[in-house]
Design a protein around this ligand. Structure first.
Ligand code: AGP
Length: 609
């Protein structure tokens, strides 16, 4: 997610803007910029790279003025480069904006504005907003902002400046965070509290649809209809470190709770709720192209590899294409059978994993078409793949991957529906049913995350165990793999995932009294057999925690405990079933006093082989 700062008051703006952005660096970014009202003109300075590059650019010639806005960019549309950096201005330079989020309908608006003669400099969605301000300018700052908001769709935190009203900043938000810091004769704006906490702890936490006019002397808030809104002052009592985590104890927990937004953002522009269809404007695949693909490889590491296994089930069952899933470090040494009719999908949150990059290069050398699924715009995977599908999970700081995983399997499900429709292997009605189910997921995930007390109890109860098993069949087995990795990598408990039907072929020998076994039972076509496997381990005195759908009356007859997830389509179930496993791992690690965000021996991105 991008970082936003703003200042209006009695002191120079630039020093605060730079300092505020430095407090947001932990979120990850690829470029930075500021805009300051210098006299009657807005001066804009921005560049790709770290904040140091921006500081170097303006060293000795710091913008002079007491009103300004700043931005650290986490690229979503348009690769990292100087001209794609924020702030963005219209052609006259009289309107400037910074933005966090995704303007879903920017392409249509951009075409309309270009036809009117607007000249665009960047590839970003954000620049459209600056040109819209110029196009709709009616002499009144607030009125024009309202007109702009009626034109744009998507998610945003937006902060505006204009030379026409140089003693004001206007800001607004929808589905992205924005706070206003209240000072004495000065006021601050930020996407996140860490940026302002050193200057004030009195804040307005903005809500969706609120439009704030911020001057040095005060803040006036209204809705889009002009109705005044009275804001309650929220006094921040977090310390700076806690503020970076949004009040959560760890980045991992913060990122677990960011999953409703990450899932919503990754669906944006791809899931059409009205027509209940899936589109990938960035792919524009055709039925002919898809008919020519006779095999798909999915190659990745760790959690991304587990997302690939889920993707295999989706693509084989919905698009009826043979799929092989490989661990990247194995793929490149096994002389895979690849030709021009092979599609190789590489999945990587960071887009920089060495083994995955090497596999991608090997696949390309063998003639495969390649598709990167990554969370980082402009990463090596994005640059080197023939095409790329981005997940929009925002920066993932914790070593243990959570929101990246759920957005990766979401991307794979949307891709499988998209390809299944192109190949004619997935009927329209079934596709609509799946898309409808996807539309419900963000709220279902949100509700699930609001009821975690039982999971905390289990985690504390079994945190002293040295072994744990995760069982499942079909997609439940794929999710069990991810659950075992989460527990292993942050709590250091030895955990294994097993295909439930395979247990009796050896591993059952390890199931003794008191061993915790988590059994996933969301897949209706193998449900009865999964319950039988649950009974097998129960008969050997294991302690069984089952994961099943709300309303399931069978599991509680056999398991010691059941964690219920919202009822959903079996293909959508992994998006829900993984959440209790993430939380079990988190609270077990907490109970064991482990370093949750930085587990021993591990790195966030493994850029060595
Ligand atoms: C997962 O929690 C780990 N952090 C690790 O397995 C990770 O998924 C793996 O290193 C792949 O990283 P990538 O997605 O950035 O390529």
């Amino acid at each position: 997610m991008c970082g936003i700062v703003g200042y209006i008051g009695k002191e120079q703006a630039a020093p605060f803007l730079l300092d505020g952005m430095s407090k947001l660096e932990y979120r990850g970014y690829d470029s930075a910029g500021i805009a300051v009202m210098e006299g009657a003109k807005i001066r804009l300075e921005k560049c790709v790279g770290r904040l140091e590059a921006l500081r170097a650019k303006i060293a000795g010639d710091m913008p002079v003025g007491t009103i300004g806005i700043g931005h650290t960019r986490w690229a979503t549309h348009g690769r990292p480069c100087d001209r794609n950096s924020h702030p963005h201005a219209d052609s006259s330079g009289k309107f400037v904006v910074v933005h966090n989020g995704i303007i879903e309908n920017y392409l249509v608006l951009k075409e309309q504005l270009i036809e009117k003669g607007h000249v665009f400099l960047s590839e970003t969605d954000t620049e459209v907003v600056a040109h819209l301000m110029a196009d709709l300018w009616d002499g009144d700052f607030e009125s024009t902002v309202k007109k702009v908001l009626k034109e744009i769709k998507g998610s945003y935190s937006l902060v505006f400046m204009t030379e026409y009203e140089p003693k004001k900043i206007i800001c607004t938000k929808k589905d992205n965070p924005l706070v206003i810091g209240l000072g004495e004769g000065e006021n601050f704006i930020a996407s996140d509290i860490p940026a302002i906490i050193s200057r004030t702890r009195r804040t307005f936490i903005m809500s969706d649809g609120e439009i704030a006019t911020v001057s040095a002397d005060g803040v006036w808030v209204q809705d889009i209809n002009g109705t005044p809104i009275s804001k309650k002052v929220f006094v921040v009592n977090w310390n700076a470190e806690a503020a970076e985590k949004g009040g959560f104890e760890h980045f991992m927990l913060k990122e677990i709770y960011e999953q409703p937004k990450a899932i919503r953002d990754t669906m944006t522009g791809r899931v059409d709720k009205e027509t209940e269809t899936i589109a990938f404007p960035e792919l524009n695949w055709t039925p002919e192209m898809m008919a020519s693909i006779n095999k798909i490889f999915i190659v990745a590491c760790g959690t991304a590899y587990h997302a690939g296994i889920v993707g295999k089930y989706y693509l084989e069952q919905l698009a009826r294409v043979p799929v092989e899933v490989d661990i990247a470090s194995e793929f490149r040494y096994r002389s895979p059978l690849i030709d021009g009719n092979t599609l190789c999908i590489v999945i990587s949150q960071s887009g920089e994993t060495s083994d995955t990059l090497a596999a991608l290069r090997e696949a390309k050398k063998l003639g495969a078409r390649t598709l990167g699924v990554t969370n980082v715009v402009g990463s090596a995977v994005a640059r080197e793949s023939d095409q790329v599908v981005y997940t929009y999970a925002g920066p993932e700081i914790a070593v243990a991957s959570t929101k990246a995983y759920t957005t990766q399997i979401l991307a794979m499900l949307m891709l499988a529906i998209y390809v299944g429709r192109l190949r004619g292997t997935l009927g329209e009605a079934r596709a609509k049913e799946l898309v409808h189910g996807l539309g419900l997921v963000p709220e279902q995930v949100h509700e699930l995350l609001e009821n975690v007390d039982q999971i905390k109890v289990f985690a504390r109860q079994y945190a002293s165990c040295e072994d744990a098993f995760f069982l499942g069949r079909s997609l439940d087995y794929a999710v069990a793999l991810e659950g075992a990795l989460k527990l292993k990598e942050i709590s250091y408990i030895h955990a294994e995932a097993y295909a439930a039907g395979e247990l009796k072929h050896g591993t059952l020998a390890l199931i003794v009294e008191g061993v915790p076994v988590i059994v996933l039972a969301t897949q209706s076509d193998v449900y009865d057999k999964t319950v039988s496997n649950l009974q097998e381990v129960k008969a050997r005195e294991a302690v069984v925690i089952a994961i099943g759908f709300v309303g399931d009356e069978v599991l509680k007859q056999h398991a010691d405990s059941v964690i219920y997830i919202p009822k959903t389509d079996k293909y959508i179930a992994p998006l829900m079933a993984v959440l209790p496993l993430q939380l079990l791992a988190y609270y077990a690690a907490l109970t064991r006093g482990c370093d949750v965000d930085k587990p021993r021996n591990l790195a966030k991105s493994v850029t060595v082989e």
